[in-house]
Structures are given as structure tokens and as C-alpha cells.
Design a protein around this ligand. Structure first.
Ligand code: GRF
Length: 226
């Protein structure tokens, strides 16, 4: 509606480690007019380097150690409480290394997204780059997707691909894919925050997806319902 500015979407980010995707999201949210803001960062490990990144940006952080809970369900409930107290509307997993239980995933259905460093459904799970190289793939990449109970599974919002070169190691490939992860995650967040993303029959439809020109990003530009 003309003249009415919607409040930025309240986002929580869950991390376990380095936090480079968190940093990319924080930097996006710091841009004037970006339609989302990060209200809470939760780590399941007190030594997660991403906590420092969050604090540098003045963002509230919480450490909820999975080791402190006898049952997965209790850990999930503690996460859920913290997210509700922060009035989070969307949860972004960014290198979060705990599997969330089916109940949690159901409660946050279509409000919970993940980034994974492969072109899903290929190579879910760990050591994706080493496995991709061992399989001899010519193209690798990353995916941002809505989370479902099965790990690294769910409707795909955006993917970007990079060419694999003969000299690639898991480290060199990971570095090139990571640069694409950062671009994809912020694009996915923007689209969701702008209310342009819908899940229909377990497939994602995006109203007017745009992306800076690049050979291997999909969706790239303004295909209605793309
Ligand atoms: C990324 O490669 C992400 O796709 C995967 O874990 C890694 C986290 O990296 N799920 P960072 O902590 O965001 O730097």
C-alpha cells in the first residue's frame, strides 16, 4: 500500500562455527532499506567464532549448548523458547551443525531455511566438496532451501553453480562455492522478507526473482512465478 512501510522481518540466525554466512546476512541487513533485520544469533557452542561477528555488529547473542540437555527435544525446546522470546519470524541456519527434531521443524515449517554447500539433492550431509570431487562432477555449487525433517532436504529457493577445475582441492572448491553462498543467502533472505516466496506443492515459487548477472545462478531474473 502506498505510504505504508512494512517493519523489517525479524530474523534469528543459528550457527556453530566461523559465521561467514552470518556476516553476509548482517552486512545485507545493515544496508539502508533492506527488508530484514537480525534480532538474535544463537550458537550451540560457546567457542563459535560467529558469536564475535554478531557482537561486533551489536546483535544479541545466546549460547544454548546442546551438551547441556539430555534429550534432543529439550534442546529444541530451549531454542524454540529463545526464538519466540525474540519474536523471530524467520530462522536462518548458517553452518548450524545440530540436527533439529521433527517437532521443531514442523513448528517452524516454511519459516526455517538452511544453506548447504552443494547443488541439492546431490551431496547432502558432510564433506560435500571432497565427495563432489571424488565423484568427478564438473559443476558444483550451493543451495538455500526450506528445512524439512530429512537433513539437507526441502524446497529449494536458490542455487548457484561454479565450474570445477582439474586442479581443485576440497579447499579451493569450498572457497569458490562459499562466495556464491554469501550472494545466494542474502538474495533468498531479501525475497522472503519482501513476501515474494511461496511454497506450493513442495516447490518454491518466487515473484520477480532478480540476481546480478552471472552465468550459473538460478533463478536469475524477472520470470513471473519463476
Ligand atoms: C557453509 O559452507 C554452509 O553452507 C555450511 O556450513 C558452512 C558454514 O560456514 N552449512 P560459515 O560458518 O557460514 O562460514
Amino acid at each position: 500500500m502506498a505510504g505504508v512501510t512494512k517493519a523489517p522481518l525479524r530474523v534469528a540466525v543459528l550457527i556453530s562455527g566461523r559465521g561467514s554466512n552470518l556476516r553476509a546476512l548482517l552486512e545485507a541487513c545493515a544496508e539502508p532499506g533492506f527488508p530484514a533485520r537480525i534480532v538474535l544469533v544463537i550458537a550451540n557452542r560457546p567457542d563459535a567464532a560467529g558469536l564475535v561477528v554478531a557482537r561486533q555488529h551489536g546483535i544479541a547473542t545466546q549460547v544454548i549448548e546442546h551438551r547441556g540437555f539430555a534429550r534432543r527435544q529439550d534442546f529444541d525446546d530451549a531454542l524454540d523458547r529463545a526464538l519466540s522470546e525474540a519474536a523471530a519470524e524467520l530462522v536462518c541456519l548458517a553452518g548450524f551443525m545440530r540436527i533439529l527434531g521433527a517437532g521443531f521443524v514442523r513448528r517452524w515449517r516454511d519459516r526455517l531455511i538452511n544453506i548447504h554447500p552443494s547443488l541439492l539433492p546431490a551431496f547432502p550431509g558432510l564433506d560435500t566438496h571432497a565427495r563432489a570431487l571424488a565423484a568427478g562432477v564438473r559443476v558444483a555449487g550451493c543451495s538455500v532451501h526450506f528445512v524439512r525433517a530429512e537433513t539437507d532436504n526441502g524446497p529449494i529457493i536458490i542455487q548457484a553453480a561454479v565450474a570445477v577445475t582439474p586442479s581443485d582441492t576440497p579447499e579451493t572448491l569450498a572457497a569458490r562455492v562459499l562466495a556464491e553462498e554469501h550472494r545466494c543467502y542474502r538474495a533468498a533472505l531479501r525475497w522472503i522478507a519482501e513476501g515474494r516466496v511461496r511454497v506450493v506443492d513442495e516447490r518454491v515459487s518466487i515473484d520477480r526473482a532478480e540476481f546480478p548477472p552471472s552465468a550459473l545462478v538460478s533463478p536469475r531474473d524477472g520470470v513471473p512465478g519463476g
